[in-house]
Ligand binder design. Sequence first.
Ligand SMILES: Cc1ncc(COP(=O)(O)O)c(C=O)c1O
Length: 390
Amino acid sequence: MDKELQLATLGVRAGTVRSQFQEHSEALFLTSSFVFDNAAQAATRFAGSEEGMVYTRYTNPTVAMFQDRLAALEGAQSCVATASGMAAILASALVHLKSGDHVVCSNAVFGATIQLFNNILARFGVETTYVSPTRAEEWQRAVRPTTRLFFLETPSNPLTEVSDIPALAAVAKKAGALLAVDNVFCTPVLQRPLELGADLVIHSATKYLDGQGRVLGGAVAGSKALVGEPMTAFLRTAGPALSPFNAWVLLKGLETLELRMRAQSAAALELARWLERHRSVARVHYPGLESHPQHALAGRQQRAGGSVLSFEVKGGREAAWRVIDATRLMSITANLGDVKTTIIHPATTTHGRISPQARQAAGITDGLVRVAVGLEALADLQADLERGLS
Ligand SMILES: Cc1ncc(COP(=O)(O)O)c(C=O)c1O
């Protein structure tokens, strides 16, 4: 597809392949295997000397359409789809790391990512050092001769800290390490990490790529040499493949991604501005606000602030819980990336297992509330929060 096409067009059109029936909506190939014309064709397909479908763990036309559409959106040569976001992170680590290797990771990444590095990859001889997402000098200091991977998420959850992708890409490159960016919060609509110097872009498609909280999925995008060839071979053998049904749902999600990300970001900015003026709110964390410490950086590397914001309610845990419990529209859930707005108290849920001291040091205060803004009318969302704030 034409590389000059804009994101909105790529989200709707890229990757589409029609069957002999010329269907307008992408076909769902709900099949585990594919038949061959004869034994000789089976042999050449298995040997890889003839292109074509073999078995859905290897390739499937619906999954391939999703991969190609997401690759186009990320500006990547290739993309592989996985069963979940965690499977995408695990597959990236297993393909690009070996025993004895060292990882430098932001200390503000998704909790299961930290558990994956600490509880699983550590058993296979991979060591991880955690550093601040915003201080490039800490990443530089953490580098060892064995460092092979830098891993970060930007903006971070729930404080929306923004990492400088080009600066960290330069440190990684000098260290001979790959830079992997979990692009869940921004999606390619708001941020294209490969253009900023990252080597791997990782997605939990479960979030904004679907956008309606229906299916699990994941993906890794990057060059043919780092993603297309080695990761396809890994998935074929190890098996964490995306189901064709989920791929079909995600293809439909990508068609509205541009519209949703722009609308949800615009609503989040308005809500953040309103909260910042509210007398019951001590502080608002949102990259689109002028008061955000990395506002200028976010303006350079993101097209908008995203849909996630967090705010500190005056009065600590009790006041924060009062705001959450007074909502009637917002869903009280840790999930995000949905058109339905979600609200959660990080200190007692997503970050509840961290010691109170570490939590305080990380800025996750007892009064902090996180909201992932959806597509409801802004006035209704304001009224929903006002009930508990006033
Ligand atoms: C930033 C981020 N990365 C990765 C994941 C894991 O994705 P999944 O639940 O699809 O495995 C999540 C899930 O919440 C996430 O928020």
